[in-house]
Design a protein around this ligand. Structure first.
Ligand code: NDP
Ligand code: 8X3
Length: 249
């Protein structure tokens, strides 16, 4: 039977690549993000894969609820949830941090993940089946200078993943966390607010992960037999040993 995967942040980077990987694995896909044009482009790339697009901001709880409630019948039984939407905003010492950036990170990376999970979970708990992959980060396990609030938001994702795994156990719902190191996506363009030259320097002098590297891992995780939960994975470029330790040429 065809399974349904719900992917947040499918309009770019890891989410986009995960949509392609899960489409190839035979999933029906609910693809979400704020940029409708990008989701439509992805749906075209996916060709014959059944897709349903939802455009909402994960920070808006009402919009999240209404979007999930609007799903057509064939997309309502969600088997896999990829909580991927998120970004870093800024990289500054805490005393110089912009509270708007803090709100964007805590509201998006933490509360957005909660709102989406809350809206999707009834379709899993009702059927006692499901698999949730939360995209954390090495930053959630290792705080680096100037990363303060982004690192805190990802540490919250780590704590929530463990909490969800405990609470959802009675419903046979697997919950896992994928923690990437440096992946070349739009991540740094967003962090540095469109300063693409600065963003590019993040990935210079070494070979970063590609979004497809993370997507292949997620595809593997969600296609394991029902008794297997790969609960936590740290995936790094070979040139990276710790959050800020990267061997550059
Ligand atoms: P991208 O910037 O390429 O993609 C981010 C995605 O999240 C976009 O699809 C964006 O869609 C969506 N998104 C962001 N904010 C919101 C929001 N408020 N509402 C709805 N959707 C939102 O970055 P990545 O692919 O790299 O990031 C994906 C995840 O991976 C993030 O959680 C990030 O923290 C994490 N991560 C990234 C790493 C990296 O080095 N790149 C390393 C470790 C973790 P749209 O703008 O259309 O709304
Ligand atoms: C993204 C990786 O190290 O820039 O989460 O925080 S890092």
């Amino acid at each position: 039977m065809t399974k349904t995967a719900f992917i947040t942040g499918a309009s770019s980077g890891i989410g986009w690549a995960t949509a392609v990987a899960l489409g190839q694995a035979g999933f029906r896909l609910v693809l979400t993000g704020r940029r409708r044009d990008r989701l439509e482009e992805l749906a075209r790339e996916l060709g014959n894969v059944p897709t349903h697009l939802l455009t909402f901001d994960v920070r808006n709880r009402q919009a999240v609820e209404e979007a999930v409630q609007s799903l057509p019948a064939e997309f309502q039984d969600i088997d896999v949830l990829i909580n991927n939407a998120g970004n870093a905003h800024g990289l500054a010492p805490i005393q110089d941090g912009d509270p708007q950036d803090w709100d964007d990170m805590m509201d998006g990376n933490v509360k957005g993940l909660l709102y989406v999970s809350k809206a999707v979970l009834p379709s899993m708990t009702r059927r006692n089946v499901g698999h949730i992959i939360n995209i954390g980060s090495i930053a959630g396990h290792e705080t680096y200078a100037n990363g303060n609030v982004y690192c805190a938001s990802k540490a919250a994702v780590a704590a929530l993943t463990k909490g969800m795994r405990l609470d959802l156990l009675p419903h046979n719902i697997r919950v896992a966390e994928v923690n990437p190191g440096a992946v070349e996506t739009e991540f740094s363009q967003v962090r540095f607010k469109g300063d693409n030259a600065r963003a590019a320097t993040v990935y210079q002098g070494f070979e970063p992960l590609k979004a497809t590297d993370v997507a292949e891992l997620i595809q593997f995780m969600v296609t394991r037999p029902a008794h297997v939960n790969i609960a936590e994975v740290l995936i790094l470029p070979a040139a990276q040993a710790a959050a800020t330790v990267i061997k550059k040429a």
